[in-house]
Design a protein around this ligand. Structure first.
Ligand code: CS2
Length: 501
């Protein structure tokens, strides 16, 4: 890849550096899932590492990005030569910079073979993923590959033209195995607990179905580092693109907006090479668990909680939730009193300060982050974001009021109608199942909660052995249904007033 320029030459000083222009790519990352998050996170780190590498005559990495679904991002990026801007903001204001690390965008459903060719190229050392929780096609509670998933069934039957990330990874590794090419590093960048380990298990279960010898080779040769990724990246809207063009004087269809904060912690477990990410702020460590636990439980746990409760109280954006004193009181208690004590902090991290920083990050008014966006796919998120914490609290005989309230908020949301009787379009692979449970048991709260708790691909079976959980969940679901979320929240706060912080 040559460093390219956006048509109308918006080039930052950094990018006008002559030394960068003629650098040739020497290694490739194939990235599955070219959403806004990848463009604002991993691609930025790779971009920055390329600048340092160019100066030191080291490897320049390019990213071949893949959309597993639609052609939208390709149509935005390719006409601008795959350049795009990242707009970063915090309380002190915002700035933009240009990213040039992406070389091309492939659209998998149009040409799966082109994706496999890229994954099998000798220069490809890393296949990374941001495919969201449901893209792993697994049961989030057991961690097993979901063999009932129709796309997995398709990929097992048609291994040379896969649809899922899992199918692509196994097909590419099979080709590499059969052609005596080295395996690659598979780098999960999604918010799953032990994401690398989880992905390895799913990939191996799939490969086992193709051929046990292939599974054995993958287990020995491929690496699946765990990672913790953190940056809030709301979906770009038409309004963002308009504002950007008014402010900077040109139209960038592929721009992404994000906060200034960014963090990436990666387990040091690679096959072959990787970009010098450690030189541009990435923390490469022996063990990611402590970072991931703190982030998943505190950031993502609080995010989902504020999204459901905020949405139910009529708030569209996260910063609006943060402007509401009752909701911030709820969140502060949830994070500092209920969640933080369940976490063993990574060395050097002060959990109370981490909570304060998160509350501040959520308050960023520039982001316009929709509660509806975070509310998506709750059945795939709530287990690791909230239920693991609940399990810990119950085991240790600790109060779970705010946690139960958040989960009750989620269940109320999945009922599919808001408090004014208007339909909520619940986007979740289990939306239908959850809605039909409600329909069937709407007149009997106890049966309703029992029916929810018996969905073991969401609620781990052992939660049923704690009567305190069922009791608390019934209480808050009942109260939200009876009084509405706002009045139920007021009751929760009354109760929390008696708990010391
Ligand atoms: C959010 C995350 O949409 C969601 O579910 O909670 O995408 C969150 O913004 C990121 O994990 C922040 O790092």
């Amino acid at each position: 890849m040559q460093f390219k320029r956006l048509n109308n030459a918006i080039v930052t000083e950094k990018y006008s550096d002559e030394s960068l222009r003629d650098q040739k790519t020497s290694a490739t990352i194939v990235h599955l899932g070219i959403g806004a998050f990848h463009r604002a996170h991993q691609a930025v780190y790779t971009n920055n590492a390329n600048f340092l590498a160019a100066q030191a005559a080291e490897d320049i990495w390019s990213i071949v990005a893949v959309s597993l679904r639609s052609a939208t991002v390709r149509e935005q990026l390719v006409p601008q030569d795959c350049f795009y801007n990242v707009v970063e903001s915090d309380v002190s204001g915002s700035n933009r910079f240009l990213v040039s690390a992406i070389e091309n965008v492939l659209v998998a459903p149009e040409n799966p073979q082109a994706v496999l060719n890229a994954m099998c190229a000798e220069t490809t050392q890393i296949v990374s993923l941001t495919v969201t929780e449901k893209g792993y096609c697994h049961d989030v509670v057991s961690g097993d590959l979901n063999l009932q998933n129709v796309d997995i069934q398709h990929d097992l039957a048609n291994s040379s033209s896969p649809k899922t990330a899992i199918g692509f990874i196994v097909a590419a590794l099979k080709y590499r195995h059969d052609n005596a090419l080295p395996a690659f590093t598979v780098l999960s960048c999604d918010n799953l607990p032990s994401n690398g380990k989880t992905l390895a298990k799913i990939v191996l279960q799939f490969a086992e179905k193709i051929h046990p010898a292939l599974a054995a080779w993958i287990e020995q040769q491929a690496k699946f580092p765990n990672t913790m990724i953190d940056r809030i990246v709301p979906a770009t809207t038409a309004d963002d693109i308009d504002k950007f063009s008014q402010r900077y004087g040109y139209h960038d269809l592929a721009m992404v907006k994000t906060e200034r904060f960014s963090q990436w912690v990666i387990e040091d477990n690679f096959v072959g090479k990787r970009p010098a990410w450690q030189k541009v702020g990435v923390n490469i460590v022996k063990d990611v668990d402590a970072y991931e636990n703190a982030k998943l439980r505190l950031l993502n746990g609080a995010h989902s909680s504020l999204a459901y409760v905020g949405y139910l109280t009529g708030l569209d954006f996260v910063h609006q939730v943060m402007e509401n004193p009752e909701l911030t009181r709820f969140l502060t208690h949830l994070m500092k009193v209920e969640i933080a004590p369940t976490i063993v902090a990574p060395e050097g991290l002060d959990l109370q300060k981490y909570c304060d920083d998160l509350l501040q990050r959520f308050s960023n008014p520039e982001l316009h982050h929709r509660t509806y966006q975070i509310a998506m796919d709750g059945s795939q998120k709530v287990p690791q974001r909230l239920l693991h914490t609940v399990e810990y609290k119950l085991k240790n005989n600790q109060a779970i009021d705010a946690l139960s309230f958040a989960i009750a908020g989620w269940l109320r949301y999945t009922m599919g109608v808001n408090e004014s009787g208007v339909a909520i379009e619940v986007q979740d692979p289990r939306a239908e199942q959850l809605a039909s449970i409600y329909k069937q048991h709407a007149n009997n709260l106890e049966d309703l909660i029992d029916a929810y708790l018996s969905v073991h691909s969401i609620f781990p079976e052992n939660l049923q052995s704690y009567p305190a959980f069922k009791e608390s969940l019934s209480y808050w679901v009942g109260l939200i249904l009876e009084l509405g979320a706002k009045a139920a929240l007021a009751k929760l706060l009354e109760r929390l007033n008696n708990v010391a912080e």
